[in-house]
Design a protein around this ligand. Structure first.
Ligand code: MG
Length: 100
């Protein structure tokens, strides 16, 4: 994602509609993606609909990341990646006959 290009967009969006509206919009877009995925799983919609809803959520997550602080979000992402790596390592041990 081209975040540097989006920062100006995020700033203008926040200025025009305000903080509360951004939270509400993020909630709404997440719900729309949830619905699209449920419909996709049941063959009630196509991949392009899911992709469109993903794009909405990605933009809103960019907006929120900018609002809450990109560095703090990056630190949280690093913690989550490390946790996932740990879980994957446990999985590998289990598949290979369990822990030592
Ligand atoms: Mg949407």
């Amino acid at each position: 994602m081209h975040e540097k290009n989006n920062v100006e967009l995020y700033r203008r969006t926040l200025e025009k509609w305000g903080e509360q509206a951004q939270y509400d919009q993020a909630i709404e877009e997440c719900a729309e993606l949830t619905t699209a995925l449920l419909h996709y799983r049941r063959d009630k919609t196509d991949a392009s609909t899911v992709i469109d809803e993903m794009a909405d959520v990605i933009l809103m997550l960019g907006q929120l990341r900018w609002m809450f602080g990109a560095e703090e979000v990056e630190r949280a992402l690093e913690r989550k990646r490390a946790k996932l790596e740990g879980l994957l390592a446990q999985g590998d041990d289990a598949l290979q006959g369990g822990a030592e």
